[in-house]
Structures are given as C-alpha cells and as structure tokens.
Design a protein around this ligand. Structure first.
Ligand SMILES: *Cc1c(COP(=O)(O)O)cnc(C)c1O
Length: 349
C-alpha cells in the first residue's frame, strides 16, 4: 500500500492481514462448517484471545453480528421492554436513536461537544441507557469516570455502549456497562463485514427473561448458539479468523492504548501550532484518543493537498461535514505513516 490511509473507517488494515488470509486458506477456514469442531475451536480461541488482550471479563459473552448497525436493532428488539434513553452529541448516536425509535419508545438526550455526559438526566420508564463511547463524527469520547457515574446511579437499568471506533484502542472498564458493541473496520484494523457484541450476565439474563425469538438475529438465539461456541447462521469465518490472529499478535490493550495516547500528545502539540486548523472539541478531556476532528475553513483543499502526497485524510461527517476533516489514530497505522502525516502539516500549515 503506497498511500497512508487515515480515514476513520473503513480504515487501514493490519499489514500482516495478507499472511493471515493465506494461512486461513491453507488451513481450510474459508470453507469450514460452522457446526464443525474446527469452527468451535476457533470461536473458543478468539474469545480467549479477546479476553486476554482486551481484558474482557470471563463472565461476559462475546457474539458476532454483521455490523454495529445490526446491534442497534438487536438492543431495541431483544433487550428493551419499556424504552431506551439515548445520550448523544453527534451523528452516530443520533442514528442509533432513530433506528431504535422504529422498534421501541425512545428518549433523546442531546448534549454539546464541549459538555460531559449528562448522567443526572435520567428519563422515567426506560430500561436501557444508550451511550456512544467514541462519537466518530465529532471525535468526542465519554470518560470512564462519566460511565462510572452513570452506572452507580442506575444499577437497575441496562447500559449499552457503542465502542465501534474505540474498541481495541482504549482501556474500557467492562464492569461499567452491560452491552458493548461495534464492528471490525475501525479501531480493530480489519476489512469491513463483521460486528461484535459483548454482553454482561445481567444483559444475558434480561434477554432470556424477555425471550424475544421472532427474528433470525433474536438475541436469545445468538446467545444459545454462542454458549455452544456456535452461531445461529453461517458467520463471517474469515473475519473471525483475522480477528483471532491480529489479536494474538497484539501486545495487549495497555501497550496499545499507551502508544495511541503518545501519538495523540504529539498531534495535540502539532495542531496547537498550525495555522487555520484547530481541534473541533476545545476541552482536551472530552477529546477522543482514537479519532481527531479538526476545524478549518478549507477541509477540501487540505485533503486534496494531502492526497497529492499520498496521504488520505477523512472527510467531516454529518453536521461537521463542511467545517472539519478527520484523522484516525488507530493501532494499525504505522509509525512511519504517522511521521509522514505530521511532517506534512508541520511543513505546510
Ligand atoms: C462506523 C460506526 C457505526 C456504524 O458501523 P457499521 O459497522 O457500518 O454498522 C456505528 N457507530 C459508530 C460510533 C461508528 O463509528
């Protein structure tokens, strides 16, 4: 790959993917049956690897879906009785609320990009609280302190968290929520085409007591199969294999999160000195550590100039489409690519 791709999803994939794909072919993974012992062993292995490298608790179940979007529907159809409350400050959180509103009663709680999660603002009659951990559209991130506050004040409710663009790059305290979900084409550095859900014992219990089983992706069905290390429909085995191998090669979340934090410090330094480019989110504590959103009058020109030098920058998204551009700070990006990007901005801006 001769271009450095900083798009925050789909994103740069790990460079040893080609090797793993070859291996998957040679070992027959591309054509195995999902009820076979070979598949069940792979499923056990990927769960164990994720638990070890990303510190996911033993009693949380891990299931695979087709996308993060599918999780929006699964949560609304299989885990929500009365309704869900959605805290959001950007386009992905807003979309989640819209998808849920087709299936259940929804309360929308909007907050500003320079504000903390409004944890005191809880609606009546909701059983699921929905938080977008890393809002990819504006590069804000909800802190684990805010999550802890939300958890401590709402023990009786389920908490669902979208970690699509932070899972695999940031330390998460899984005990602070019941449903953590996302997809693989962002921070996990894999080709698009698969999502995942991580479910607490409380979420599993809730799914069982609701017992919603009308759909191919009803959660009880997915969980029953996951308990046997199987899936209810033929899954993306290749993607599961690539997830397994890339996580196996990972040095673990502490190492990865520190690497990304160090890179983010360098970016913060760099963009405090650039002319006509500044962070969209003023409060440093509310900024994402895996995605940057930068405000400027000329995002199109900057992207074009970067592209001429082999650097792909991400467009702005949703309401910030015309006033920002974005940069992924995902683990699969190589140091030499980051240096190239930084040299570009240092030289021209
Ligand atoms: C990309 C993204 C999604 C959608 O992911 P799909 O895999 O396309 O469904 C949802 N939420 C966030 C925060 C995202 O960044």
């Amino acid at each position: 790959m001769n271009q450095a791709n900083f798009y925050p999803g789909p994103s740069r994939v790990y460079s040893n993917i080609t090797e793993y794909i070859y291996e998957a072919y040679m070992e027959g993974y591309m054509s195995i049956n999902h009820r076979s012992e070979q598949f069940m062993e792979l499923y056990r292995n990927v769960k164990a690897e994720l638990r070890t490298k990303l510190l996911i608790p033993e009693d949380y179940e891990i299931i695979f879906t087709s996308s993060a979007t599918e999780s929006w529907e699964i949560i609304a159809q299989s885990l929500t009785v009365k309704g869900s409350q959605h805290f959001f400050n950007g386009a992905f959180g807003d979309k989640w609320a819209s998808y849920a509103a087709e299936l259940t009663a929804v309360t929308k709680t909007h907050f500003g990009v320079n504000e903390k999660l409004p944890t005191g603002d809880i609606a009546e009659n909701v059983d699921v609280l929905c938080v977008t951990h890393n809002e990819t559209s504006n590069a804000t991130m909800v802190s684990m302190d805010s999550m802890r506050m939300l958890r401590s004040e709402n023990e009786g409710k389920l908490i669902a968290v979208d970690v699509t663009s932070s899972f695999g790059g940031v330390q998460l305290d899984y005990s602070l929520a019941d449903i953590w979900y996302g997809s693989v084409q962002k921070c996990l550095g894999l080709p698009a085409g698969m999502g995942f859900m991580i479910l607490s014992p409380k979420a599993i219990h809730q799914a069982e007591s609701i017992g919603e089983n009308k759909r191919y992706n009803s959660l009880v069905r997915l969980l029953e199969n996951a308990a046997k290390d199987q899936t209810s429909y033929t899954p993306n085995v290749l993607s599961i294999y690539l997830l397994y191998r890339t996580q196996q090669a990972s040095k673990g979340i502490d190492y990865v999160a520190e690497k990304l934090a160090n890179r983010m410090n360098s970016y913060t330094d760099l963009f405090s000195k650039t002319e006509g480019i500044s962070f969209l989110v003023e409060n440093e504590k509310l900024r994402s550590s895996t995605v940057l959103a930068l405000s400027t009058n000329t995002p199109g020109k900057i992207k074009e100039k970067a592209l001429e030098r082999g650097i792909i920058l991400g467009s702005g998204y949703g309401p910030w489409k015309k006033s920002t551009f974005r940069i992924a700070n995902f683990p699969a990006l190589k140091t030499k690519e980051v240096e190239k990007l930084m040299a570009f901005f240092a030289k021209y801006y």
